[in-house]
Design a protein around this ligand. Structure first.
Ligand code: DSN
Length: 388
């Protein structure tokens, strides 16, 4: 690279990533092949439209690529070949936020109600939170977790749905450590005649690896980012039942986006193939094993884990219970080379800028090859740093 200033930044960041113990639940290390595809000549190409219906010339190869990426996405997530033709997938969303926005644009009239987990309880900003455009164009009907179990209370969710009658219900979270029962969400959505959308961004790799149940038998729409547990590029996919495809496709383009980032599409195609390999199943299993061990080891050292454990790749620790705020904890850990994020915990009495908790995830350290014994060491280290 001729730009030495930038090359230096890249080297520094590479070094930082190599040295740190990355426990950010939403981050991962994409493979060299994914990075190569992402930095490939597909970056140069404009391809507004869809395969066979583009607004620019020169899309002969892009068309084949986009179709292959769609085939791989359907093959990876919809196990029964006979069911694949019932689904469509849009591979063009730039990332998770525009993907969610596109789904709402397609299916919910402006001002209509979308029911999602509130941010404070573990939901995502784009599930209708007030400060997000999704909360300005639509009305969020929030649900949370039970105060005692700190887990989803499906009876309560049903009650809220019956009272509010949302147009669309979102199952999915960004800071929730327990398995989500998609069947129960389907029953709730059916009771009130709502669409069921699953945002599986966090758990997509676990679904692909068979360690979390699949939302596909139950949802009308399944959206996911591809860079978290799925270990691909930063991008997103929207799967939907065939009858919704035309609305969703139109909402993505031309409703919301211009030309798709074909370098992301090619990199996604690479990641989707990687996720089909037996080694990925092993990876997904290890991610969950590692998270369980790490949570347990911290518990043994008297750290309170929200909902008392995890079934997934992440968990929350109530650090305020031991008198330290999430901000200070994340700063102290970072100084010692351990990267986490501060996070609100359910029913938090503190502000998001300095909440009561931290969120810990194992996708990245598992990609680096860490196993249970390493989790014991990490727990020891965290405990020691925070006790100082
Ligand atoms: N910011 C991501 C996360 O950390 O969960 C979700 O968009």
């Amino acid at each position: 690279m001729r730009d030495f200033e930038i090359e230096n930044f890249i080297k520094q960041e590479e070094k930082r990533q190599k040295k740190a113990i990355n426990l950010i639940a939403s981050e991962n290390f994409a493979s060299k092949d994914v990075l190569k595809a992402l930095g490939s000549v597909f970056m140069n190409k404009y391809a507004e439209g869809y395969a066979g219906k583009r607004y620019y010339g020169g899309n002969e190869i892009v068309d084949k690529l986009e179709k292959l990426c769609q085939e791989r996405a359907l093959k990876l997530f919809i196990r029964q070949p006979a069911d694949r033709h019932k689904w469509s997938v849009n591979v063009q969303p730039y990332s998770g936020s525009p993907a969610n926005l596109a789904v709402f644009l397609a299916l919910v009239p402006k001002g209509g109600k979308i029911m999602g987990m509130s941010l404070e309880m573990g939901g995502h900003l784009t599930h209708g939170q007030r400060v997000s455009i999704t909360g300005k164009l639509w009305k969020q009907v929030p649900y949370g977790v039970d105060k005692k179990t700190e887990q989803l209370d499906y009876g309560e969710i049903l009650k809220i749905a019956k009272k509010e009658k949302p147009v669309l219900i979102i199952a999915g979270a960004t800071a929730y450590s327990r398995k989500i029962d998609f069947k129960k969400f389907r029953e709730i959505a059916d009771t009130v005649g709502a669409y069921l959308m699953v945002d599986m961004s966090h758990i997509a790799g676990l679904v692909a690896g068979g360690v979390h149940s699949s939302p596909f038998p139950y949802a009308d729409v399944v959206m996911t980012t591809t860079h978290k547990t799925l270990r691909g590029p930063r991008a997103a996919l929207i799967f939907c039942k065939l009858e919704l495809a035309s609305k969703i496709d139109k909402a993505v383009f031309p409703g919301l986006q211009g030309g798709p980032h074909m370098n992301q599409v090619v990199a996604m195609a690479v990641a989707l193939r990687e996720a089909m390999q037996p080694s990925f199943k092993k990876y997904a299993r290890q991610v969950v094993k590692n998270a369980k061990v790490l949570a347990n080891e911290l518990k043994k050292r008297s750290w309170r884990i929200i909902s008392n454990g995890t079934d997934t790749h992440l968990f929350l620790v109530d650090v305020w219970q031991r008198g330290i705020g999430g901000k200070e904890v994340s700063e102290r850990l970072e100084k010692a080379g351990i990267i986490v994020n501060k996070n609100t915990i359910p029913f938090d009495t503190r502000k998001p800028a300095d909440p009561s908790g931290i969120r810990i995830g194992t996708p990245a350290v598992t990609t680096r090859g860490m196993k249970e014994k390493d989790m014991v060491k990490i727990a020891e280290k965290i405990d020691k740093i925070l006790k100082l």
